[in-house]
Write a protein that binds this ligand. Structure first.
Ligand code: FO1
Length: 317
């Protein structure tokens, strides 16, 4: 009797999270994979609902993503943005023509009263994605960054100011009142394996975990995380910079401490191998050491496969 393939759930945000999710989609059957995605980066330029982390996951799973940036579409054109520039409008957040088509259609469906999770599922299916892509919540949750230049909404901090302002604090506005999207808690409770993707913990994972019920559903499961830090640096983006600014450790040891209550395992890079005994001794979190650089599709599949094998071994232990 063939056992139902492992039901796998990945919590994801940002480009690294999308690449890991795409790697996992090469390891398990798409129908066995659910990706729960951060919505704290969402915002409404030109009155359109833009959901960067949902779109980055969907485009990457569909093979449509811009391979250089990781966000937006490959083979993109920029005529709409050129017009906006000529007219003197804001162009600091670069919206390509094909990407705009998705924002227009998503906004139309949301205005018709459809939920973000329903719209996301339909748009992903339309782009040929069979993996179950779910926003963490259908309610409004927005990451705001307290910086030495005042409070900034996420995209102003991340894109307009290129994440250079010094971070003094973070808040996920609306998270306390938000409800997990339909299917999120069920997916977490019924999962055989749960992974925290190598996303920015403070900007991508915490806004998901801040939604009431999510962390409680994760605790009995205990996830396996892939460290976004290698040798004290983030692979991409401000995760290490923010860690230093908030007095946290930008290392696998720091991550294991930070997520100790929801982790059973942590995949770390061989550069950080010396930390492994201390991580397990101090936090009880088991460690798997490998090359965690995801270079291209085969790199993503290799890291995902390693994490999957490690998580299955821990689940059997
Ligand atoms: N990131 C940038 O650094 N510059 C941009 O102009 C930009 C545009 C953009 C458009 C659509 C989209 O889905 C994502 C976009 N991103 C851009 C990435 C975005 O800031 C994400 O929130 C980050 O990837 C972090 O998750």
């Amino acid at each position: 009797m063939t056992r139902e393939p492992d039901r796998v759930v990945v919590l994801s945000g940002g480009v690294g999270g999308a690449r890991f999710a795409a790697g996992m989609a090469m390891v398990v059957p798409p129908r066995a994979l659910t990706v729960i995605v951060n919505v704290g980066d969402d915002f409404e330029p030109f009155g359109l609902r833009v959901c960067p982390d949902l779109d980055t996951v969907c485009y990457t799973l569909a093979g449509l993503e811009n391979p250089e940036t990781g966000w937006g579409r490959r083979d993109e054109t920029w005529h709409a943005l050129e017009t906006i520039e000529t007219l003197g409008g804001p162009t600091w957040f670069r919206l390509g023509d094909r990407d705009l088509g998705l924002h227009l259609e998503r906004t139309r469906r949301l205005r018709e009263g459809q939920s973000l999770s329903r719209v996301t599922l339909d748009l992903c299916r339309a782009l040929g994605v069979d993996v179950h892509v779910l926003p963490a919540t259908d309610d409004p949750v927005r990451t705001w960054v307290h910086t030495d230049q005042g409070w900034l909404p996420f995209q102003e901090y991340f894109v307009r100011h290129r994440w250079q302002p010094r971070v003094l604090g973070l808040t996920y506005r609306g998270a306390a009142e938000a409800r997990p999207a339909a299917g999120v808690l069920e997916a977490l409770r019924e999962a055989d394996l749960v992974f925290l993707a190598p996303s920015n913990p403070w900007l991508s994972l915490d806004p998901i975990l801040a939604i009431p019920g999510v962390r409680d559903a994760l605790r009995p499961q205990r996830a396996v995380a892939v460290s976004p830090f290698i040798g004290g640096q983030a692979v991409k983006g401000p995760a290490a910079k923010i860690a230093h600014e908030l007095g946290l450790l930008a290392s696998p040891l720091g991550l294991a401490r930070y997520y100790q209550d929801i982790l059973r395992g942590l995949v770390i890079d061989q550069v950080d191998a010396a930390l492994a005994p201390r991580i397990t001794h101090e936090t009880g979190v088991r460690v798997y050491i490998t090359d965690t650089w995801m270079r291209g599709p085969e790199g993503r599949a290799r890291v995902a496969q390693s994490a999957w094998m490690f998580a299955r071994a821990l689940a059997r232990a």
